[in-house]
Write a protein that binds this ligand. Structure first.
Ligand code: ADP
Ligand code: ZN
Length: 224
């Protein structure tokens, strides 16, 4: 599997990965693969995988690597990912990052990091409203839906994630520092990390992401 365009969107919970990944995937015509969405779908359908992930997700912990890797590699082996894909929420641990490098046989990836300070993250997660229909993300004050409880994009029902409760968000931020910061360091060392200021408006962040991607987020050979 070579010549795939694989893009990673990294950043703490609430940094805006989901919002940006949906737009970016659409503009690049690549599938948006979000491990959090995949787990939530499994949970909603009460699959075995969903049931095994439930407790970890609801307490703000990470789902064990072996469950994540099995699900992720199955997803990206489907035909729609043949020419590439955009990963959102993966990798989140060093073993996940190394497993991805192995799976891609060291082919370079483009790695984008959204940076946002913690106080803003708690506010963003606290107001977040998610669509059951299309995974579109609204915010109760910053991007309120036109009709309360209804998704602007598809008319689906909006809900709050259980793990967006303030105490769980605090836990998720700790988990991010402990387990995902090493992933960021890993890509930085491999020379393929581009950092974007995630405190800007969604349109500004999107423009910055697009600019960095068209400029070549990862110089050839940088991550070899
Ligand atoms: P966030 O809004 O924090 O980016 P996600 O929607 O990506 O959250 O993920 C929600 C939850 O799903 C995580 O807190 C974790 O329990 C689980 N999860 C998602 N992706 C992974 C992963 N790559 N490794 C382990 N757990 C994951
Ligand atoms: Zn929707």
């Amino acid at each position: 599997m070579t010549d795939q365009q694989v893009i990673l969107l990294l950043g703490p919970p609430g940094a805006g990965k989901g919002t940006q990944a949906i737009r970016l995937a659409e503009s690049l015509e690549l599938p948006h693969v979000a491990t959090g969405d995949l787990f939530r779908e499994n949970l909603a359908q009460a699959t075995d995988l969903g049931m095994r992930a439930k407790g970890f997700m609801e307490s703000g912990q990470l789902v064990p690597d072996e469950l994540v890797l099995e699900m992720l590699f199955e997803r990206v082996s489907r035909p729609d990912c043949a020419s590439g894909y955009l990963l959102d929420g993966f990798p989140r641990t060093l073993p996940q990052a190394k497993a991805l490098t192995g799976q891609l046989a060291d082919q370079p990836v483009q790695t984008l990091l959204l940076e946002v300070p913690d106080d803003l993250l708690v506010d963003r997660a606290g107001g977040r409203l998610l669509c059951r229909g299309c995974n579109h993300i609204h915010h109760a004050t910053h991007s309120a839906p036109r009709t309360e409880g209804v998704c602007d994009a598809c008319g689906g029902e909006l809900y709050r994630r259980k793990d967006d409760a303030p105490e769980v968000v605090t836990e998720r931020l700790l988990v991010f520092q402990e387990q995902t910061q090493p992933v960021i360091d890993y890509y930085q060392e491999r020379g393929s990390l581009v950092t974007i200021d995630g405190t800007q408006s969604p349109d500004e962040v999107f423009a910055a992401l697009q600019a960095r991607l068209s400029a070549g987020a990862s110089p050839p050979g940088a991550s070899a």
